[in-house]
Design a protein around this ligand. Structure first.
Ligand code: PLP
Length: 395
């Protein structure tokens, strides 16, 4: 009798459709698979996950330890402690050449949650609101658009255009229902960088669409090699409609600390209500680490960029010397995105996912493949992503 009741319960306990439809971030899925194989004794060289391989700079670690010893262990205001909001405002002001008020800054546990909060702030379910996002791209833009009841619209980044933002496609796809344009420069997974001229053209196009916000994902802003970094928010009239995202994960090698931040004058108070409803606040001691990271000495962060640049040159040259690979030179971030269409043919596999699995099984090298970053673009062939957060010797 009891068993029957339990069975009945099981049938009634449904998991929601939106949960079942939810996207994932495959670097975490592949990482779990790779770690499992490593723990069973397999000698695998992983180029999967987008996290720097350097230790967090000592001055930042010391600041967090001091904060703990000083009892900075309680909840904070949801937008963050005043000292951290000011440090972030000063950082945004000096690196984007704009004036940022601490009141317009919100901190939380990593940059990622702000994707959800921003989409939640600017789209309403059931209204047909659209979110334009780069494809290939960081998979969370699309999955959060769907979760929040908006329509994700992919903007293809094409190899023949150097994987940079495609203005023509953008002009074709933006419309009265577009509520958010997601930009990501330097870009994950291609390493492309949007030029100043392109940013001006995007801004000009947006003038005709006053209801469209911009989410400028600038999490790799400080990891840039050949050009200087440009933000769309630095262009006249763009700051008020742009949510700038940045954080500590990449620049200071602190992904596990979980500290990201945004600025936008109008949305800050709403976004901090999202923080309140979700995490309450970023970890207190980590916010003090953030103050030190942004205000303290920058030599370790600069050293990391120099090292990444040298690795970029080694990996791009190396990949281009392998038959069947062709790789453009990324301008920023720490990813190489070679075209492996020929390599797939040579090795007799049907696509990059099969190629990835073959690389893992036979060469013991772990990478990600293009289905992990969105739908395949027509006539673009196949790609894999190497995160070159590995030593030069390993590369
Ligand atoms: N945006 C992009 C493009 C990323 O690649 C990542 C992490 O890989 C994030 C945002 C989120 O970074 P975090 O949540 O670690 O700050």
């Amino acid at each position: 009798m009891i068993i029957k009741e339990d069975d009945k319960m099981k049938d009634n306990l449904e998991v929601s459709q939106r949960t079942l439809n939810m996207g994932t971030e495959n670097s975490f899925v592949v990482l779990a698979e790779v770690n499992k194989r490593i723990s069973k004794g397999e000698d695998i060289l992983s180029f999967c996950i987008g996290q720097p391989d350097f230790p967090t700079p000592k001055n930042i670690v010391d600041a967090a330890i001091k904060a703990l010893r000083d009892g900075k262990t309680g909840y904070t205001a949801s937008a963050g402690i005043p000292e951290a909001r000011k440090a972030v405002a000063d950082y945004f002001s000096r690196t984007r050449n704009i004036k940022v008020d601490p009141e317009s800054v919100v901190l939380d546990c990593g940059g990622k949650p702000f994707i959800m909060y921003t989409i939640g702030c600017v789209t309403t379910p059931g209204q047909g609101h659209e979110v334009l996002y780069p494809n290939p791209g960081y998979p969370i833009y699309r999955s959060q658009a769907t979760l929040q009841g908006a329509k994700g619209v992919a903007l293809p980044l094409l190899e023949k255009k150097g994987f940079v933002f495609d203005i023509d496609e953008f002009k074709k796809k933006i419309n009265e229902k577009t509520r958010l344009l997601v930009l990501n420069s330097p870009h994950n997974p291609t390493g492309s960088v949007i030029s100043k001229n392109d940013l001006f053209e995007i801004a000009e196009t947006l003038e005709k669409y006053p209801k469209c916000w911009v989410f400028s994902d600038e999490i790799y802003s400080q990891i840039i090699y050949d050009d200087e970094f440009n933000s769309i928010a630095s262009i006249k009239n763009m700051q008020e409609r742009t949510v700038i995202l940045d954080g500590l994960s990449k620049t200071y090698s602190m992904p596990g600390w979980r500290l990201g931040f945004i600025t936008n004058m109008k949305l800050a108070k709403h976004i901090s209500t999202w923080v309140l409803n979700n995490t309450s606040c970023a970890a207190h001691m980590t916010q003090w680490a953030c103050v030190e990271a942004l205000n303290g000495k920058q030599d370790e962060a600069k050293k990391m960029v120099k090292e990444f640049k040298e690795r970029r040159d080694i990996i791009v040259d190396g990949l281009n010397s392998i038959k069947g690979f062709s790789c453009l030179k990324p301008g920023g971030a720490f990813y190489a995105w070679p075209n492996v269409t020929e390599a797939c043919k040579i090795t007799g596999v049907k696509d990059s996912e099969e190629f990835r699995i073959k690389l893992l099984d036979e060469a013991k090298v772990a990478v990600l493949a293009d289905p992990h970053f969105g739908a395949l673009n027509k006539n673009e062939g196949f790609h894999v992503r190497f995160s070159y957060a590995r030593s030069k010797k390993e590369i």
